[in-house]
Structures are given as structure tokens and as C-alpha cells.
Design a protein around this ligand. Structure first.
Ligand code: BDP
Length: 723
């Protein structure tokens, strides 16, 4: 008996070791949305197998090599058979990828008119004929365009679309689509909840983690073409020659996927690593130092993208240390990189260390007077809202307020104020809400999206940044649904008009399932999830009431330290009511918006209820549209947020067996924590606000299990990235 058992175990191990694909089958999330598993639907597979019988690429650039690799592995994986790389169109069903300049087949198609305007990244995917044979042409005016088109074509197969008659034209509306990594050189990640930084600085440049390439592939597949490697709270050391050699090694890999590397520039670098006495932007030695530094960088990294700068903000040095303006600082760096085609992304996330009447007004006050004073290769990077990546904020009033300056949005993908890598929160609806907001700066239709893509005020630069949620954990983002936020950011940066539901559909099909029942359930969960988080964290326009420091749990009671870092500064609860009066009778932050928007926000009757407490201090007995009082509505919102997390849990559990068990149980476990912590948010916040409203909880309302002191003392000990 025993011997047989040993034989059986031996045989089993042998089979496992001889079959590497078995290892790959275990779904651990590493492959993101590029899984390329064999299509199970036989009828569809048969159709695809007639539409795709071979593939060829033209051109010898690294980008075309990347496209070729992707076609080879993608088609093989999805179709379950090796699809040959051919050199001529001798049968139907050949996929031909190339530009008219690199491919004689493509140039013979005479697509000039259709290719016009595609720029350096757009592409066409066409079903057409070459010498009587049906082919799929993936073509562009540039090699990046061919690569983007290739990923798009594979996405069609991954998401089971009809590929028999394709006529797709796509080009990005935003030129620079860029991730911001808040990664430190010691591999910690500021606001990172997915392990350590991917960049292994001590091993670079000699050893290259294969993950760098997979990172680049994933980004290219969604159109991202830039990455800032380092934290905005910058370390000048990354600009030393030793580190630049490491950066160059990363740039080399990313280049094959059309991704440029950028760095954060610490404004005091000339002093810290340059040995100068000053970093004054008007000092000739400082000017020369930055110029030489830029020359050195470009000599090592010819396609270096440029700098991202956080200056005079939260203790970072900047031009104001020398009584110079943000324009002086930005232009100094802009002039240094201009001869090489580099750009400067200068952040508008600034607020004085002397607490003002309203922090929400500061960026606008500081930057609007500088409109027109920035060089052409400077773009002002503005967070989506005026405070700081809250679950809900109105759009930042700087959008549309600087007609003579290029302005780009900064969204946060990492969920600093949105439950870290523990809560399931699909962020595309948040991005979409901002992008679709009417600024009215040039009449109706001048939405944030139109401002940033340059259609309202044309500029040579346009860009969109997302603060990455990526780390070195196996599945990249910790929460499997965090991947969707990375994905959605890339897709919206390509086209800010895409619909968050459509993006979710694509992503689900490629990551979880093409099965309609599973797809619909998961999409429903995703699309509801952001509003649910708003409800149990900061309903009705509440904001910045998170636990001090880590920002994960509730902390409406936080009242010490720098005033505009406390919660009481933002919610202003008192015996009369709740909310920050930013109307014309208060801080008048509303006046920073165009009159058409200002008037809507200013008036208690017309202000959207989901921003009510952002703009108004509202009496506890105020009658809401639901007929409830403010207090009643607040209780209702918090409670319904918690109930909805329970609904998320049930929805997810009903998917058991429909998706792989690894990711099923991971998400299931995370939802348990989310439900637990949503309850803590509800109970902690309501008990605290009750101490001001002095009103009873509504009838049938389940009472908090503990008293307020309990919630105040609660420690969140099991949240990744939070001590
Ligand atoms: C805040 C973060 C802080 C960042 C800062 C920024 O709490 O860690 O450094 O934003 O964007 O949201 O500079």
C-alpha cells in the first residue's frame, strides 16, 4: 500500500514538473488583464480560427518587436494553437501590423486619407483585402500606434468581440498619459498599499527584474506612455550620476513599450547634491547647474520625459524660499529641459503653512495671477478637487481658470482616502464625474475633459496623471479590483469621454469572465462601489474626516495639530448644524468658480445634495429633498452605506464557482474587512456627530455596539501599508 502511495506521489510530482502550464493556471492576478487563456467557447474559437490564420509585423524597432511578441503569445494563448508568423499573405486571415512606411502590404492599401490625423499614437484596425485575400490590418503612422493597435486587437479577442468586419480608428485625446509613483529610494511607497516599490534600486542597473517589462507591457496595453518613478516628496539623490544609470536601465526597458521615464526634481538639489549655497531660481549658478544636470540626464537617457515638481507644499522646498514665484521655479527647470524636448509638470497642490480662512481656496489664489507666465513646456498639475483626493469633491476651480497655461489633472489611483487596498472601490465613476463637470469657462460644454485635452484653450501640451497603486505584491495592487483602477485610469487618459461602465465591462471580460451572468453582477458591484464608500465615509459633501495620519478609518474627532489637517476644521459641527460654509456668506470659495457654476453651489436650494456640506453649514433640522431632516438623512446615508457593503458581499458570494477560487476567496475575505470597517465608520461618525446634534437615532436604526470612546480608540492593525 505504502509503496503504491509513494509511486502515486512521485508520478504526480513528475507530471507537475513536466507541465509548466499547470503552474500558470493558478490564478494569482499577476497577469492582470493580459491573461490570454484559451477561449472556452468552441463556436467562437472556430470563428476566430478562420479569421486569424497567421500574423506578420513590419519594421525592426523595439516597439514593433514588442507588438510581435504580443501577437505571438496572445494569439497562441487565446486560440489554443500556435498561429504562424508568416512573411507573405498567401491565405485568408493574416493579421498585418505595420506602418505604410515599414510595410509594403500596408502601403499598397492606400490608407493615407484614413491615417491622416492619427499623430504619433493613433491607429486603425481594418478588415480589408490584399490581392484578394482577407486580412486584418493594424496600422498607424508610427510604431507606438502599431503597438497600441495590437493591444486593442487582442482585447477584442479577449472580450469575445466580433472581428470579422473591423473598422476601428482610435487616437488619444491627451498627449501625456502618465503614472506618478510615490516611491522612495528605500523602496517604501508613500500611500502605497501593495508592498514595496517595484524599483529595486540596489540591484539596478546590473540586474533587471523581469517584472519591469511586464509593468511596461501592462501600461502600453492601456495607452500609458509615461511614468514618474519617484515620490513627489523628492530625494535629490535620484539625480546623481549613480542613480541616473539605474534610471537609464529602466528607461531602456520601458522604451520598447513607448513609455518615457520622468523624475521628481527636488528644488533644493543644487544645494544638496550640487554643493551650491543656494537654489534661488534666479541665481546664475543655479541656472547653470540645472542646465548641466539636464544635459547629463539626456546624454544618459535621450528620451527622458522631464520633471515633476512639488514645491513649497507640505514642507518641500521651492522658489518661495527665495521670494520667487512658482513661475520662476517652473521656468528654471523648463529652460533646462527645453533644448531636449523635455517638459515640467509643476504641481498646484500648495497651501500655506499659515492656516488661511479656507485651504480650498489657496491653489487658485496662488496660481491664477501667474497665468501666462509659464513657459510653453510647463504644465500645471492640479488634483481633481480643491482639497485632497477625497471620496467626493467638487472639481478643482483651477480647471478653466488659466486660459493661457496648460493644466492637467492629477487623479489618485492608490486609495489613500478610499479604503487603501482593502475596500472594493472602482474609481472610474469618480474620475468620470470630475472629467464631465461643466466649468462653464467658455460656455456650456467646456467640461474639465475639454479643458484638459486642449479643445477649450489650445496648448502644445496636454496630460493626465494618476498616482499609482502598484507595488511588488504578486498581483501588483493588493486588492484584485485595484487593478481595475489602474486600467480605468489608462483608458480614460486615452479618451476622457469613455464611459466607466464600458471600461468596467472590458476589464471584467479580460480578468474575470466573459459569462454574461458573472459579468453583469461584477459590473453592478463595481459601478455601485464608489457611491457606497462615499455613503459610509463622507456622505453629503463631508470631507477630510479620516483618521489622522493613515487616513483609513474615521476620525471626525481629530482636533489637534495643524488646523487644516484636523477634521473639525473641515466639518465644522456645532449645536446648530454641520458643514463648511464656503458660500458667499462664508469663505466665499464658491466665487472661484465661473458664475454659472458658482450660483448653483452658492445657493442652498440648488447646491447638489452630494456636495451640500462641502459648501454650506446646514442646520440639523434642515429639510432635505427626501423629506428627512439633515440629521435623519445623515443617519440614513451612513446606514445605507453599510447595508450596501453587505449587499456587495452577497453579490460576490453568489459568484462562487463562476470565477477562479484564488481570487474569489481573496476578495471574499477583503469584503469581510470592508464590512467590518464600514460599520466602524458609520457608528463612530454618527455617535460623534450626535454629540452635536443631540438628536436620537431614527426608529428602526440599529444602535452602535459601543460608545464613542471605543471608536476613538480603535486601532486598525490589519491594513496593508498602515502601521
Ligand atoms: C496627500 C498625501 C501625502 C502627499 C500629498 C501630495 O497624504 O502623503 O505627499 O498628498 O499629494 O494626499 O503631495
Amino acid at each position: 500500500m505504502k509503496r503504491y502511495r509513494y509511486h502515486a506521489i512521485f508520478l504526480f510530482l513528475l507530471v507537475i514538473s513536466l507541465c509548466p502550464s499547470l503552474h500558470l493556471m493558478a490564478e494569482d492576478g499577476y497577469r492582470l488583464w493580459l491573461r490570454y487563456d484559451k477561449i472556452a467557447d468552441r463556436a467562437l474559437l472556430a470563428k476566430y480560427n478562420t479569421s486569424v490564420t497567421g500574423w506578420m509585423t513590419a519594421g525592426d524597432s523595439p516597439l514593433i518587436a514588442s507588438a510581435a511578441q504580443e501577437l505571438q503569445s496572445g494569439l497562441h494563448g487565446l486560440l489554443g494553437v500556435k498561429i504562424p508568423n508568416v512573411h507573405a499573405v498567401t491565405s485568408h486571415g493574416i493579421v498585418v501590423a505595420g506602418t505604410p512606411a515599414s510595410s509594403t502590404i500596408i502601403s499598397s492599401l492606400k490608407l493615407e486619407a484614413q491615417l491622416q490625423g492619427l499623430g504619433d499614437a493613433g491607429y486603425l484596425i481594418l478588415t480589408t483585402r490584399h490581392r484578394g485575400k482577407k486580412i486584418t490590418a493594424i496600422t498607424a503612422l508610427s510604431d507606438p500606434g502599431v503597438l497600441y493597435g495590437t493591444f486593442h486587437f487582442l482585447r477584442l479577442l479577449q472580450s469575445h468581440q466580433d472581428i470579422a468586419h473591423l473598422a476601428i480608428k482610435s487616437l488619444p485625446k491627451v498627449k501625456t498619459r502618465i503614472l506618478n509613483h510615490w516611491d522612495n529610494l528605500d523602496r517604501t511607497v508613500e500611500r502605497g498599499y501593495a508592498g514595496r516599490s517595484l524599483w529595486d534600486w540596489s540591484a539596478l542597473p546590473d540586474s533587471i527584474d523581469p517584472r519591469y517589462r511586464d509593468y511596461a507591457r501592462a501600461n502600453a496595453s492601456i495607452g500609458i506612455n509615461g511614468t514618474v518613478l519617484t515620490n513627489v516628496n523628492a530625494n535629490a539623490k535620484v539625480l546623481t550620476r549613480e542613480y541616473l544609470a539605474k534610471v537609464a536601465a529602466l528607461a531602456e526597458i520601458f522604451r520598447s513599450y513607448g513609455i518615457r521615464v520622468y523624475l521628481t526634481a527636488r528644488f533644493s538639489a543644487p544645494v544638496e547634491i550640487g554643493g551650491l549655497q543656494t537654489a534661488d531660481p534666479c541665481d546664475p549658478q543655479v541656472i547653470t547647474w540645472w542646465k548641466n544636470k539636464a544635459d547629463e540626464i539626456y546624454e544618459m537617457i535621450p528620451d527622458f520625459g522631464g520633471f515633476l515638481v512639488k514645491a513649497n507644499s507640505e514642507g518641500q522646498p521651492g522658489p518661495q524660499n527665495y521670494r520667487r514665484s512658482h513661475a520662476d521655479g517652473a521656468n528654471l527647470l523648463a529652460d533646462a529641459v527645453a533644448p531636449h524636448g523635455g517638459i515640467v509638470m509643476w504641481r498646484a497642490f500648495v497651501y500655506d503653512k499659515d492656516v488661511p480662512d479656507d485651504r480650498a481656496k489657496q491653489a487658485y489664489n496662488e496660481f491664477v495671477p501667474l497665468d501666462g507666465k509659464f513657459r510653453d513646456n510647463v504644465i500645471i498639475q492640479v488634483k481633481n478637487g480643491p482639497i485632497d483626493f477625497q471620496p467626493r469633491e467638487p472639481f478643482h476651480p483651477l480647471f478653466g481658470a488659466m486660459p493661457a497655461t496648460a493644466v492637467m489633472p492629477e487623479f489618485q489611483i492608490t486609495q489613500e482616502y478610499l479604503g487603501a487596498s482593502v475596500h472594493l472601490v472602482y474609481l472610474a465613476p469618480l474620475y468620470e464625474e470630475c472629467l464631465r463637470s461643466e466649468t462653464h469657462c467658455a460656455g456650456s460644454g467646456s467640461t474639465v475633459a475639454r479643458v484638459i485635452d486642449g479643445s477649450v484653450y489650445p496648448h502644445p501640451l496636454s496630460a493626465m496623471a494618476g498616482v499609482a497603486n502598484i507595488g511588488d505584491v504578486r498581483n501588483w495592487t493588493g486588492h484584485p479590483f485595484g487593478q481595475a483602477n489602474w486600467y480605468a485610469f489608462g483608458r480614460l487618459a486615452w479618451d476622457p469621454d469613455l464611459d466607466s461602465g464600458a471600461i468596467a465591462t472590458e476589464w471584467i471580460r479580460m480578468t474575470f469572465s466573459n459569462d454574461a451572468a458573472a459579468l453583469n453582477k461584477i459590473r453592478e458591484m463595481m459601478l455601485a462601489s464608489r457611491e457606497i464608500a462615499v455613503q459610509y465615509m463622507t456622505p453629503l459633501g463631508l470631507h477630510h474626516i479620516m483618521y489622522y495620519g493613515h487616513h483609513y478609518g474615521p476620525g471626525p474627532w481629530v482636533d489637534s495639530g495643524r488646523q487644516d489637517w484636523t477634521s473639525v476644521y473641515y466639518h465644522r459641527a456645532d449645536s446648530l448644524g454641520l458643514g463648511f460654509n464656503r458660500s458667499s456668506s462664508g469663505s466665499d470659495a464658491v466665487s472661484q468658480y465661473h458664475p454659472a457654476t458658482r450660483d448653483v453651489f452658492d445657493n442652498l436650494q440648488t447646491c447638489p445634495e452630494n456636495l451640500l456640506l462641502w459648501f454650506h453649514h446646514v442646520p440639523w433640522n434642515y429639510k432635505m429633498r427626501s423629506g428627512k431632516t439633515l440629521w435623519g438623512e445623515l443617519c440614513h446615508q451612513y446606514d445605507s452605506g453599510v447595508q450596501s457593503v453587505n449587499w456587495l458581499q452577497q453579490q460576490w458570494r453568489s459568484l462562487e464557482g463562476m470565477i477562479d477560487s484564488g481570487r474569489f476567496s481573496l476578495v471574499d475575505g477583503l469584503l469581510v474587512k470592508q464590512a467590518r470597517d464600514a460599520q466602524i465608520w458609520r457608528d463612530g461618525c454618527l455617535l460623534y456627530f450626535q454629540s452635536f446634534s443631540r438628536k436620537a437615532f431614527p426608529a428602526n436604526f440599529s444602535q452602535p455596539a459601543h460608545d464613542l470612546a471605543h471608536y476613538k480608540n480603535h486601532i486598525f492593525s490589519d491594513i496593508p501599508g498602515i502601521e
